[in-house]
Write a new protein. Structure first.
Length: 127
């Protein structure tokens, strides 16, 4: 009932959706996803499972669509010198770092690891 109220739909309609007696419309599905704070990638999967088109576009970081974003991130990264700066993805893989970050990693690890899988991942770097 709380979910229905937060999404602005009736408790009866929510019950029908839950039991499969009713299929949610695209707008209703979007409101439910918003109330539940479902991330974009998972929201796309939800929409596709319900038979609707994706709601959010997906672009690879290296793709041409994000060229301007990459240039802005490079600008910010380079302006952080003499401080360490990096950009990482949702898997904690480091996709951009400035030269100071590389020096800091070398200092903190005492040169213990040269494995790029460890050096390139923010979580594994601490092991």
């Amino acid at each position: 009932m709380d979910l229905a109220l937060a999404a602005g739909i009736s408790a009866r309609h929510m019950s029908f959706i839950e039991t499969g007696r009713s299929r949610p419309g695209r707008e209703t599905l979007g409101r439910l996803a918003g109330v539940l704070e479902i991330p974009g990638r998972e929201e796309n999967a939800l929409f596709e499972a319900a038979g609707y088109a994706r709601r959010h576009r997906h672009a690879e970081f290296d793709g041409p669509e994000l060229g301007h974003v990459r240039s802005v991130l490079r600008f910010i990264r380079d302006r952080h010198v003499p401080n360490s700066a990096l950009v990482f993805d949702r898997h904690w893989e480091i996709v951009m770092a400035n030269s100071v970050h590389d020096l800091l990693v070398e200092f903190l690890t005492d040169g213990r690891t040269s494995d790029p899988r460890i050096r390139g991942n923010l979580l594994r770097l601490n092991t």
